[in-house]
Design a protein around this ligand. Structure first.
Ligand code: ADP
Ligand code: ADP
Length: 225
């Protein structure tokens, strides 16, 4: 469903961030992109999300070239604190992007409530983001993406700002959600352990400019000790 060919990006300051990236992602896959900080993982994700126009190469989503933010795509960023509106309730934060889908208010609220329940936050719908812990706020960001029913979910270090226990809980939550939401997921992380725990395929990024060093199937999902 996603095809990236010969993707390169050099920022306007002349800094080459990625070079010659080829990547094909099948429908329903959960692909981890792992590598050290600064190797261009976010740049790749921003190009796929249509937020950044690459200097060279091509990205196709469902066979169509990406030009601007494609419909059917949602993104979860690391920085949940800045991505939620503090003056809106949790439910309204989740419901807001559904305007883009042309849904009426009652349907938006119903979809938001359902998505919040699926991340275990059904009881917090009427609260404000700042009344919740960091881990709960990130669940809200995930619910907001899910409510949109994306076909492709992009996650950029989604669990990078929470403590280790919360991180494990959120990783398990993500794996559980795959059963109820049919989506293809691209998850960027610098944590090797996380990449193999959640991904069924691991794309190892490295270098400067960044390129793909290895592309490996995860054959033995290790049970958590
Ligand atoms: P990663 O996500 O792997 O940490 P990034 O894609 O954020 O890597 O960054 C890749 C490289 O591009 C880094 O050297 C970074 O400093 C640089 N970079 C990222 N964003 C910009 C920008 N807006 N302008 C210039 N350079 C940038
Ligand atoms: P990440 O590792 O998640 O990519 P960073 O901390 O590298 O995050 O970057 C955070 C923000 O700063 C991004 O929006 C990125 O585009 C921007 N940025 C990173 N490096 C540079 C740079 N060298 N020049 C300008 N902007 C940059």
């Amino acid at each position: 469903m996603l095809d990236v060919r010969g993707l390169s990006h050099t920022y306007p300051d002349g800094h080459p961030a990625i070079a010659g990236v080829d990547l094909s992602v099948a429908e329903g896959a959960l692909v981890s992109i792992v590598g050290p900080s600064g190797c261009g993982k976010s740049t790749l994700l921003r190009c796929v999300a249509g937020l950044l126009r690459p200097s060279a190469g091509e990205i196709r989503f469902d066979g169509r070239p990406v030009d601007g933010v494609p419909d059917g795509l949602a993104v979860v960023f690391q920085d949940y604190g800045r991505s939620l509106y503090p003056w809106l309730t949790v439910r309204d934060n989740v419901a807001l992007p559904l305007r883009r889908r042309g849904l009426a208010r009652p349907q938006r609220r119903a979809a938001a409530t359902g998505a919040l329940e699926s991340v275990g936050l059904g009881g917090s719908a009427g609260k404000y983001p700042w009344q919740l812990s960091g881990g709960m706020q990130q669940r809200v960001s995930i619910a907001r993406a899910l409510a949109y029913r994306p076909r492709l979910l992009l996650m950029d270090e989604p669990f990078g700002s929470v403590d280790a226990q919360t991180r494990e809980d959120l990783e398990d939550l993500l794996l559980g959600l795959r059963g109820s939401y049919a989506m293809t997921i691209l998850l960027v992380t610098h944590d090797i352990d996380e990449s193999v725990y959640v991904g069924d395929r691991v794309v190892v990024f490295g270098g400067s400019p960044g390129r793909i060093r290895a592309d490996l199937p995860v054959t033995l999902p290790a049970p958590r000790e």
